[in-house]
Design a protein around this ligand. Structure first.
Ligand code: SF4
Length: 443
């Protein structure tokens, strides 16, 4: 048993890469370490421990993780370097061989970091604590508060889908979650801490409740019943799991924002089949139409991957036509990168780096066009904005209920307050709308 008093006043720094889920988990690990006496190192202070929480969704993500490890090792040469997250679960040896690394923790071990830290010496070679992802069954709750106002509440982990291009099930294990009651209690804790906005995050959040016999719809209804001044956002949810009843419920709910993030990945059924996605494009456009029918002002963000194996130039053109036909607000465009152990590697047809770049550029332009049209459709309308942060010092920035970025000059500390505003012209940077005026009522 480790004598935790050795951790008293030890300085720690954290660095997180990747998704909101990773940020929530770093926050949970950090909370545990602070409870045991660690203190966050101030900028410029030498740390005793560095914790890097990694992502491995693409080759680029792996490279960024290696760069981050190198940077933190140079900045804190005497610190114990702990690396965890998806890259650590998928390629522990590769990470253990990076200069400066002392401890590599797998998906199941990361929350027990304190048990492994006590026995480490800086000069020893790296130690790996990492089990088979098949053994990862327990759901570990996490909630993070980023440097602004938004809280990321982890409601689900793991995935049972095994899409052919994806390694996440191999990094995070099978789908699992806590119960509705436990999750509602985590949300209440964040609200007690001052949360005005909570983003429901996970790997496949629509699959919430698989391990407890409940459903994501049950969770959304229970959260909407929390009598508090809080708004919830549903982060990325699979189109086959975003049922019409959930969409209808959101259109009548008090606290669930009219903002959807739905992964499409490709606009042709041929490529969706190669990806082993669980829907076809007809279902996807039905979801968009349903949302726009009951929530005409809703924001719809859509994920698309370009350049997967089997996506010929003709299929890409057809995909663009389909995406262009959708009444959506923004695209998140990802460039396909081969992942070890994935079925897509068995598909003959490949796309060159140049061709992938050409396709990515085309969809980024399409996304800009969609977002500009969406913003301009709402100029002159009035929405509640949660003021979040300051930019360039004089203006503060926030987002409307339907996820429009808004800016206003303000010397008052309106951060973490919600205000009804009328949307006006574009700001000079062209990345937010200014307000015409505020309805001086705080909501
Ligand atoms: S749904 Fe598919 S893409 Fe998403 S995490 Fe699961 S396997 Fe990966």
């Amino acid at each position: 048993m480790i004598d935790h008093s050795v951790f008293n006043n030890k300085k720690v720094v954290f660095h997180t890469l990747g998704c909101k889920l990773n940020f929530a988990e770093t926050s949970a690990i950090g909370k545990k370490m602070r409870e045991e006496g660690f203190v966050k190192a101030k900028s410029g202070e030498q740390a005793d421990v560095c914790v890097i929480n990694t992502c491995s969704v693409t080759d680029v993500a792996d490279r960024k993780c290696r760069q981050a490890i190198g940077k933190f090792h140079r900045q804190h040469p005497n610190a114990l370097m702990v690396v965890t997250g998806c890259y650590a679960q998928l390629k522990p040896e590769e990470i253990a061989n990076i200069e400066g690394v002392n401890l590599v923790l797998g998906a199941n071990e990361k929350f027990s970091i304190l048990e492994y830290l006590g026995n480490l010496n800086k000069d020893d070679s790296a130690v790996i604590h990492h089990g088979s992802v098949k053994k990862v069954r327990e759901f570990k709750p996490s909630c993070s508060r980023d440097d602004r106002t938004r809280y990321f509440l982890k409601v689900q982990d793991g995935c049972d889908y095994f899409c052919t291009y994806c390694t996440i099930p191999m990094a995070r294990g099978r789908s699992r979650s806590a119960s509705v009651a436990e999750t509602v209690e985590m949300a209440r804790e964040a609200i007690r801490e001052g949360a005005k906005e909570i983003v429901l995050t996970g790997v496949n959040i629509g699959d919430f409740g698989r391990s407890t016999g409940e459903s994501f719809f049950d969770l959304v209804k229970a959260l909407d019943n929390i009598e508090a001044d809080v708004r919830f956002r549903i982060s990325s949810i699979e189109p086959n799991l975003l049922s019409d009843e959930i969409i209808t419920f959101v259109s009548q709910s008090k606290r669930i924002m009219p903002h959807f993030h739905i992964p499409l990945q490709s606009g042709t059924n041929e490529v969706l089949k190669l990806m082993k996605r669980k829907y076809d494009r007809e279902l996807f456009s039905h979801r968009v139409d349903k949302i726009k029918l009951v929530l005409p002002d809703a924001f719809i963000g859509v994920d698309v991957i370009v350049g997967v194996h089997g996506e010929t130039a003709e299929l890409f053109e057809e995909s663009c036509r389909f995406i262009n036909s959708l009444d959506i607000s923004q695209l998140h465009v990802f460039t396909y990168s081969e992942r070890a152990g994935t079925k897509m590697l068995e598909i003959e047809h490949h796309n060159s780096v140049t061709e992938k770049k050409r396709r990515s550029d085309i969809l980024h332009l399409l996304s800009e066009k969609k977002t500009k049209a969406f913003y301009e459709k709402h100029q002159g309308k009035t929405y509640p904005v949660l003021w979040e942060s300051r930019n360039h010092g004089e203006n503060i920035v926030g987002f409307t209920s339907n996820y429009i970025r808004v800016e206003k000059p303000s010397d008052r500390n309106d951060i973490n307050t919600v205000e009804m505003v009328q949307l006006g012209e574009w700001n000079t940077d062209g990345n937010a709308l200014l307000i015409n005026y505020c309805l001086k009522s705080k909501v």
